[in-house]
Ligand binder design. Structure first.
Ligand code: PHE
Length: 391
């Protein structure tokens, strides 16, 4: 594949380089149109405001520039970078084309910023924060969107760092990780913020944890993290195996920005409607989002359309595939796709599904004609692309 390189900037892409004729390709026009948007680098965008607030915390805790801040790494990566380098097993669900966007069998749109851990370590950095857009095929609702933003943090320790602590390297790294992230939670949500740790599993860390924050009366999962698998670190650093230790975390920015700033729908991050954009200004962040509370502009009425169908035999039909079809027809006019009913006929063995599609614009009222035209197109593409039989 050929990339067009411009000096000093991310290679720009031609559509034909991402939407290839390759049999493994499952990138749609709707997804292609998001590549290169880089919301996390637009100064006054809420995602960038949150990124800056996190950078500021790391600069003040560790000293300015101690953590390198990277936010221009290209979202197109190899399956090696996205999966193998971070020890994602060959049969892990995230490798499935139902979950990940493939350009071809060896190239994907990164599904997490962990795809850059190893290369960044190899480049010599020992503490860094990487922010980028990540891509996942998923369901459609107010908190899920096929593109979102993550920040990856990594810090490497040498034996001298933990010698005085009386702990082994792994225990030291885990404790330092937790105290760093608890400080981050207080920086973002306020000094009184309650945090709890849940044991978790990630292929690339051991031990692994999830951090939850008590906010607005509920526990909310904020990030995944852990002590980097020694095999990954040793492979990336070269030198004496087992000598260093490292921690890593990965944090989703949309979810945090939504609760901090009171943004009710994930599609709003992509709008250019001034009633949204003018409410956010760089440099206004305060703990708990107090400096940056979004006040909703009027909500337009939703329009509900149901579609019932027989699924083709086998596992050809998936909810993610259906959502992709709906999104490629209706774009950001679709708010939710939800399963209403599903049953298998005992006579024929065929499975029937009924899904409700909720159409709603965040910017204007939609007309009946326009919704009907979208729904007709969705139905016809479900037949041609998903091989369903409409009922
Ligand atoms: N990559 C993980 C995810 O996307 C998050 C993570 C990063 C977890 C680093 C542990 C360490 O869910």
């Amino acid at each position: 594949m050929r990339l067009t390189l411009h000096f000093g900037v991310t290679p720009s892409l031609f559509c034909a380089e991402v939407i290839t004729g390759d049999p493994a390709n499952n990138v749609t026009d709707a997804i292609f149109s998001k590549l290169g948007a880089k919301l996390h680098t637009r100064r006054d965008h809420p995602i960038c405001i949150l990124k800056d607030a996190i950078h500021q915390y790391f600069d003040s805790r560790f000293g300015a520039g101690v953590f390198a801040q990277l936010d221009d790494l290209h979202p197109l990566v190899s399956t090696e970078q996205n999966f193998d380098q971070v020890l994602v097993p060959p049969d892990h669900v995230s490798r499935s084309p139902n979950d990940t966007y493939y350009v071809n069998a060896h190239t994907v749109l990164r599904c997490h910023t962990s795809a850059h851990q190893v290369d960044t370590l190899r480049s010599g950095k020992r503490a860094f924060l990487i922010t980028g857009d990540v891509y996942r095929r998923d369901a459609i609702d107010a908190t899920h969107y096929p593109v979102f933003h993550q920040m990856e943090g990594v810090r490497v320790f040498a034996p001298a760092d933990w010698a005085a602590s009386g702990q082994d390297g792994t225990a030291f790294a885990a404790a330092e990780l937790k105290s760093t992230l608890e400080g981050l939670a207080r920086h973002l949500f306020g000094a009184e913020t309650e945090v709890r740790w849940i044991d978790a599993y990630f292929p690339f860390t051991e031990p692994s944890f999830e951090m939850e924050i008590f906010f607005n009366g509920a526990w909310m999962e904020v990030l995944g993290c852990g002590v980097m698998q020694q095999r990954i670190l040793d492979g990336a650093l070269g030198g004496n195996p087992g000598e260093h230790r490292a921690w890593a975390f990965g944090l989703g920015l949309e979810r945090l920005a939504m609760v901090l700033f009171g943004i009710p729908d994930i599609r709003l991050f992509w709008t250019s409607d001034e009633r949204f954009t003018r409410q956010f200004k760089a440099g206004t962040f305060k703990p708990g989002g107090a400096g940056t509370k979004f006040s909703s502009f009027s909500k337009y009425p939703p329009c509900l359309k149901d579609v019932s169908f027989w699924m083709p035999p086998g596992d050809q039909f998936t909810e993610n595939n259906m959502c992709e079809v709906v999104r490629s027809v209706a774009g950001d006019l679709v708010e939710e796709v939800k399963l209403m009913d599903k049953f298998t006929s005992p006579k024929t063995g065929k499975t029937s599904g009924c899904y409700r599609i909720v159409y709603r614009s965040m910017e204007r009222s939609l007309t009946d004609e326009e919704i009907n035209a979208l729904q007709t197109e969705v139905r016809s593409r479900m037949v041609s692309q998903l091989s369903v039989e409409l009922r």
